[in-house]
Design a protein around this ligand. Structure first.
Ligand code: SAM
Length: 527
């Protein structure tokens, strides 16, 4: 689960196909998902004794209801019979995440749990029940993500002939993620948030990837990859599963894997333990960072993700103020009326940037690149010889001096960022005002209708993102020279090497992360 989202971008886009500017079709929510197609699939299914050709005529059961315990207990039984050692946890209905793993016994802090053997892990090296299909995919050097997405569909379509049928039956038929929001829903509920753009990019990538596979491979082997099975709906499902369940195992050279059983663990922002392969016990496990009593839900970390990223991949938003890794993306743009617009744009492009750039702002600070972009945006024609170094510092290149300082335009640069925050905040205000006061219990989505459920998620996300912007605005106002002149003398003034602005004593410069870090957790007054 950790870092999954970022990896799709690299593996799909750079290795497999160029960026797709595909028109976005309406990805229909579960209602229009073809749940029960009757599909004849011709495939050679390899069993331990023979290789025989079978024709599957049954409906394909794509997983189950997201809270189904029936399928989960069948999974549990199958895993135990297939080599999963006895566990101190069981799958149960839980308050956070609907189904999850709950402690059966006292669990100590520092205890190793799970021990899922490699034979029960799905990775790019897993054997295909339909060997021919696997060979074709490997011959075409399909990267891990699209390979695994296709693998999942292939195994799901083979039903009981697949060794993973118990696992697939316990997977949600409709994983919660922004992949399942229609374009209209994204526009309506997430207009204020930059996550909307990320969701659109992601849907576009999934569509592009599917189209590439269809063009290059599926259309050439229709007997192995019939369109009734390998289509956009099934790919949305399998990518939805990968986004919400795939893990990267650092001790296996960063291998991506679906780990049945372990993927029943839900996320908690305060938990710091994650899944990995343990060479000595030869299994996937995690080490608890806290004790659990019988009946308590056990959590892991899906990575230090913002609320927006959690919504994007996993379809939930943590409760307000509970995510220390929360951040919001602030979009900065050059003004078209800028006299040096063309020169500045050329400088940005030279360093791989666009006219509009998004920078993450954390509750604890903001990146130096943001300030560099702001310098570029406000610099006058007389500073044209410095455009290049400003654009370079605004890029994500690491071997470049980032802590630039131009005292003569510092005030304007800070004001530029403040204005960008203001314009973003006004979009959030508009959406939140229109939405009225919603305070529904999204831990039981089944109780809500789809519209209300999505709206509540959007309200939760927008509230948390707006809060970070308020705080940033407050900090920038506090840092601006005008304010500094008026600072009470009791405040200890520290000189920042990076922005070269004066900071109060509760603000420290965190060199290693290239960002300014606010140590004070006080929230500015509500706006
Ligand atoms: C890896 S799965 C965890 C098992 C999942 N609950 C199940 O029953 O299949 C990830 C999914 O669990 C749910 N989930 C995980 N952590 C959550 C949390 N803190 N709050 C709400 N839902 C959560 C989300 O639906 C997410 O997409």
């Amino acid at each position: 689960m950790a870092e999954a989202s970022g990896i799709l971008q690299t593996s799909l886009i750079s290795n497999f196909h160029p960026f797709h500017k595909t028109h976005l079709p309406q990805l229909h929510p579960v209602l229009s998902f073809r749940r029960n197609p009757t599909i004849p699939i011709q495939c050679s299914v390899s069993t331990s004794e023979t290789t025989k050709t079978t024709t599957t005529q049954n409906a394909i059961p794509w997983g189950c209801d997201i809270d189904s315990l029936e399928n989960a207990s069948a999974l549990q039984k199958w895993l135990s019979q297939s080599g999963l050692p006895p566990q101190k946890m069981a799958i149960e209905r839980v308050d956070v995440g609907e189904r999850g793993l709950v402690a059966l016994k006292n669990i100590r802090k520092g205890e190793k749990l799970l021990f899922v053997p490699p034979s029960l892990v799905i990775s790019a090296d897993s054997e295909w029940s339909c060997e021919e299909a696997g060979e074709v995919m490997k011959k075409n050097s399909v990267p891990d993500w699209p390979l695994l997405a296709t693998y999942l569909i292939s195994e799901a379509s083979l039903m009981e002939s697949s060794r993973w049928s118990n696992y697939i039956s316990a997977l949600p038929r409709q994983p919660y993620s922004l992949l399942y929001w229609t374009r209209d829903e994204l526009d309506r509920y997430l207009e204020a948030s930059q996550i909307r753009e990320r969701a659109i990019e992601r849907v576009t990538n999934v569509i592009g990837t599917y189209k590439d596979l269809r063009l290059r491979i599926f259309s050439k082997y229709p007997h192995l990859f019939p369109e009734e099975v390998y289509n956009l709906e099934t790919f949305s499902w399998s990518f939805g599963i990968l986004f919400s369940r795939l893990v990267r195992l650092p001790s296996m050279d960063g291998k991506f894997a679906l780990v049945p059983w372990a993927d029943m663990l839900n996320h908690n922002c305060e938990v710091e333990t994650f899944l990995d392969y343990d060479k000595s016990s030869q299994g996937v496990l995690f080490t608890t960072d806290r004790p659990y009593q019988p009946g308590e839900q056990v959590f892991i970390s899906y990575g230090k993700k913002s609320n927006g990223e959690l919504l994007l991949s996993y379809g939930f938003v943590p409760k307000e103020g509970t995510n220390p890794s929360d951040s919001v993306e602030l979009s900065l743009s050059l003004s078209k009326s800028d006299k040096c617009y063309k020169q500045k744009l050329a400088a940005l492009r030279k360093h791989g940037l666009q006219v509009s750039q998004r920078y993450p702002i954390r509750i604890t600070g903001w990146p130096l690149e943001l300030m560099a972009y702001a310098y570029l945006a406000v610099s006058p024609p007389s500073m044209s010889s410095q455009f290049d170094e400003m654009a370079a510092a605004a890029s994500n290149k690491t071997d470049i001096k980032k802590d630039l300082r131009y005292p003569e335009i510092e005030e304007e640069a800070l004001q530029f960022i403040l204005d960008s925050c203001e314009s973003s905040i006004s979009k959030y205000n508009k959406f939140l005002q229109q939405s009225g006061t919603l305070d529904l219990d999204v831990t039981s989505p089944k109780q809500l209708n789809r519209r209300l459920f999505l709206k509540q998620l959007a309200v939760d996300l927008c509230t948390s993102e707006r809060r970070i912007l308020f705080r940033t605005q407050y900090s920038f106002k506090f840092f601006s020279r005008r304010t500094l002149v008026e600072l009470p003398s009791t405040l200890q003034i520290v000189f920042s090497r990076r922005l070269q602005i004066l900071l109060p004593k509760n603000v420290k410069n965190k060199d290693s992360q290239n960002e300014l870090t606010l140590c004070n957790s006080e929230t500015p007054k509500a706006h």
